[in-house]
Each structure stands twice: as C-alpha cells, then as structure tokens.
Ligand binder design. Sequence first.
Ligand code: ADP
Length: 268
Amino acid sequence: FGSIEPIRKINDEMMRYASKKEQEIDELKRIENYRREFLADISHELKTPIFAAQGFVHTLLDGAADDPEVRDQFLKKAAKSLDGLEALVQDLITLSQMETGYITMKIKPLEISELINDIFEQLEKKAQKRNTTLKLDSKPDKKYWVLGDVNRIGQVLINLIENAIKYGNDNGKVIVGLESSKDFVSITVRDNGPGIAEEHQKRIFERFYRIDKSRSKDKGGTGLGLAIVKQIIDAHGSKITVSSKIGRGTTFEFRLEKTVAPLPTTNS
Ligand code: ADP
C-alpha cells in the first residue's frame, strides 16, 4: 500500500483543524457566559433602585403621606433611588455604546491643565462637602498639549477625581499630577484615603465590581465608573493602572501622547 506518510499528514491536518475549532467554541462559550453574566448583573442592579422607589411610593399611598414630615422624607428617598437609576442607565448606555464601537473618539489636540482646572470647578461643591482639597501638581504656567477626545478624557478625570473624593477620607487631599516626558504626558490622580487591597486592584475595572457594596451604593456609585474609564483609555491606545497601599491612599495613572499647540486660527 505504499507509504503511511500521506495518511499521517491527513491525520495531523485533521487534528489541527479539530483543535482550532475547539478553541473557537471555547471563545464563543466565554463570550456567551460573559453576556449571560452581564445580563444577570444588569437585571439585579436595576431591580435594587426600582424596588426601593416602589416601596417608598406604595408606603406613601398606604397612608404615610398623611404626615407631612414622613411624606417629605419618603419622597426624598424615592427621588434618590430614581436618580441612582438614571445614573445607572446612563452609564450602561455609555458602556454599551463604547463596546459596540458606536461612540468613536474625536481625537484632537487638547490642553490638559485647563481641562483639569475646569473639572476642579465642577467638583468643588462635592469636595467641600467632605472638606477635601483639590490640587493640581504641574509646572506653573506650563501648557500640556496632548492628543485626546476632550469630552471623554474629561469624563475619565471626573470619574477618577469623584472616586478619590468619595472613597477618600474627610479632610482629605486629591492631587492631580502632570508630568511631561519626551513623547507622553503622564496624568495621575492621587488620594490619601484608605487605599485598595491588592486582591481588589486587579478587579476594580470590571463592571459592577465594588469593594464594599453597601458603602459604594451609599455614595451613589453605579459600579460602572472605572469600567467606563478603562474603555475610554483603551480607545486612546493607552493603559490605566492603579497602585495603592492600605491606609496610605491610591494613585491612578494613564498617559496620553504629546502634541504641539495648534496654530491660532485667523479670521482675515
Ligand atoms: P462605583 O460606582 O461603585 O464608585 P467604580 O467603578 O467607580 O464604581 O469603582 C469601583 C470600586 O472601586 C468602588 O466601589 C470602590 O470600592 C473602589 N474605588 C474606586 N476608586 C477608589 C479610591 N480612590 N479609593 C478607594 N477605593 C476606590
């Protein structure tokens, strides 16, 4: 019957094909699992504020509204649950739009120290409530031109600085640092709060991952803030990292490509 070699070759080829198919099936299973888990997570996360608001409204209808003080208190609680629900739905829309590529980054030159100062102004009230100081650590009068989508990078900074205020200590300090190297500007958001244990550091960028569930919800978190941050930074071709020491504080860092200031446009 001649050589056995051709049969061996066909056999090898078939084995390779089978192993490739197996890998593809594993990948499909992984995606399917991820989808199923995400759907279960969303349903659970949506139920919580809906049930809470429902509870308050029904109690009001059952007579609690007769007492003006109780009525106001319950209405405020229902409103808080509904605000949380709205924030959650908004974050879910952003995240799914980013994942499906529906939102594209509008990458343009932007001056990052001005953006940070604008955001400090926006968050001033929240910081004051916790007596937290917001500080920009950069070379005085230096401009830091980088390439990025101004709205999305703004959102990243808001999420990180808000978290630093929320999870930091009262009377705390939040320092945003800018450091320029040859090709990049490194942006750090540092707090002197309780810190994040190592086992959690890897997972905080997963959606709905919270270290202290009740505490995070209490602080108005949706559990999606850092997942959105990661998506945006990934879409800029960069990486977000966290370093932290328990009792000392936490630092988030990402870098953006440097660019030159655009020429002023003339109207002649
Ligand atoms: P959340 O909406 O719960 O704030 P995030 O995705 O923004 O969700 O953050 C995930 C979790 O990471 C938070 O619930 C919190 O436990 C933890 N975390 C985020 N930032 C900090 C920080 N600066 N210091 C300590 N813990 C933090």
